[in-house]
Design a protein around this ligand. Structure first.
Ligand code: HEC
Length: 126
C-alpha cells in the first residue's frame, strides 16, 4: 500500500513538472493577479458574459485573433501569433511591443514573477 502511494505521489510530481515549464511560478497567485489586472476586461471561461476583451479560456497554445464573434483590431487580427508561454511573457510585459496597434489598453506587468504567475494561471484555463 505504501508503495502504491509513493508511486502515485511520484507520478503526480512528474505531471506537475510537465504541465508547467516554469516550475517556480504559482498559478494561485496568478489567479489573484488575473482578477486584479485582467478580469475587468477578460473572462476566463469558455462561455459567459463577454468583456471588453476576448475570453482567455484555452489561450495558451491558441492562435491569436481566433475567438469567434469577438471584433479584434486589425493589428491583433493579423498578428499571426501562437500564444505560447514565451510569447505571452513578452506580450504581457509590453503588449504594444508584440502587437503594435493593439487596442488592449493595458500597460503591461513589469514584475517578472507576477507575469510568470499569471501565465501559470492561464495555462490552467482548459
Ligand atoms: C482594459 C481592458 C483590458 C485589460 C485590463 C487587459 N486586456 Fe487583454 N485584451 C483586451 C482587448 C480589447 C483585447 C483585443 C485587442 C485587439 O483586438 O487589438 C485583448 C487581447 C488580449 C490577448 C490576445 C487574445 C487573442 O485571442 O489573440 C491576450 C492574450 C490578452 N489580452 C491577455 C490579457 C491578460 C493576461 C491581461 C491581464 C494581465 C489583460 N489581457 C488585460 C483588453 C484588456
Amino acid at each position: 500500500m505504501k508503495g502504491i502511494i509513493a508511486v502515485a505521489l511520484a507520478m503526480a510530481g512528474m505531471c506537475l513538472g510537465a504541465a508547467s515549464p516554469a516550475a517556480a511560478s504559482d498559478p494561485a497567485a496568478g489567479e489573484q493577479a488575473f482578477k486584479r489586472l485582467c478580469a475587468s476586461c477578460h473572462i476566463a471561461t469558455a462561455e459567459g458574459r463577454r468583456g471588453v476583451g476576448p475570453s482567455l479560456w484555452n489561450i495558451v497554445g491558441r492562435k491569436s485573433g481566433t475567438v469567434e464573434g469577438f471584433r479584434y483590431s486589425t493589428a491583433n487580427q493579423n498578428a499571426n501569433i501562437v500564444w505560447t508561454p514565451e510569447i505571452l511573457d513578452k506580450y504581457l510585459a509590453n503588449p504594444r511591443a508584440v502587437v503594435p496597434g493593439t487596442t488592449m489598453a493595458f500597460a503591461g506587468i513589469r514584475n517578472d514573477a507576477e507575469r510568470a504567475n499569471v501565465i501559470a494561471y492561464l495555462q490552467t484555463l482548459k
